[in-house]
Write a protein that binds this ligand. Structure first.
Ligand SMILES: [Zn+2]
Length: 263
């Protein structure tokens, strides 16, 4: 049964959905400083415990039409969306890496980024409780990843932490307000730990590009004179995930353009 690629994909997708369900608990509880293990999930409105059959990823959301069984309170779309994308990342990483240590390390890393991005979107903070241990775990993981070595990881941590610290200090000097949060700096250091210093450059370029595009679109929609504050963590995370899947291909393509004199 496990020899069939489809069965394997299906099993890994369901595994991803289940992990996604746990990530939702983390997203909801970590900013409040609550335990992510107990108590069992409750409806945030009526406080009744959610039964296991109402807690099946995606399916329960559809069957309950996005409402609590008891009080009818709406359940956030965040739940099925996080479950689904976690499942998709699990399957696509499997296609890229097979069942290898790289698969588990990158899946763990992407899960951390999903939690960080959702918390940053909801609360405008990046919790140290994820990014700081993440730096240490990323460094440890670099000994097991074939794509980088521990020196790449150390330089990545210093570059990730240092570049944003400099940019942040410069921005603060010129604009007299804090531009880049300390949370973003620690997050980029964690990304440097997992992906190495080349990734830090890639992530900075791609995330600022994405941030500029989305920021301009939001500014147009909102039609407000003042600057619209968007959290930067999700853009860093999207760029880091792009690097995991396509980083090498994009860098080689870009170097190829330079080599052939087209840039
Ligand atoms: Zn309820």
């Amino acid at each position: 049964m496990f020899n069939s690629p489809f069965m394997m994909d299906l099993i890994i997708f369901i595994f991803g959905l289940a992990i996604g369900s746990f990530l939702n608990v983390c997203i909801y509880r970590i900013p409040k400083g609550e335990s992510i293990i107990s108590p069992p999930s409750r409806c945030p409105k009526c406080k009744r415990e959610i039964k296991f059959y109402d807690n099946i990823p995606i399916i329960s959301f559809i069957l309950l039409r996005g409402r609590c069984r008891y009080c009818g309170a709406t359940i956030s779309w965040q739940y099925p969306i996080v479950e689904f994308i976690t499942g998709i990342f699990a399957v696509t990483l499997l296609e890229f890496y097979g069942i290898t240590l790289s698969f588990f390390i990158y899946f763990f890393f992407i899960c951390a980024l999903i939690v960080v991005s959702c918390i940053d979107l909801r609360e405008r903070i990046i919790p140290d409780i994820i990014s700081l241990p993440g730096i240490a775990i990323g460094f440890f993981a670099s000994f097991f990843l074939p794509s980088i070595n521990y020196l790449d990881s150390i330089i990545g941590i210093v570059a990730g932490g240092g570049i944003l610290l400099l940019v942040g200090a410069g921005y603060q000097l010129i604009m007299k307000t804090e531009g880049m949060g300390g949370g973003d700096i620690k997050l980029l250091a964690m990304m440097g730990a997992f992906l190495g210093w080349k990734a830090v450059i890639f992530i900075l370029l791609v995330s600022s590009f994405l941030g500029a595009i989305i920021g301009s679109i939001l500014a147009l929609i909102k039609r407000e004179g003042r600057k619209y504050e968007i959290p930067y963590g999700p853009f860093l995370s999207i760029a880091a995930i792009l690097y995991i899947y396509f980083g090498r291909a994009i860098i080689y393509w870009y170097l190829g353009l330079i080599f052939h004199g087209r840039i």
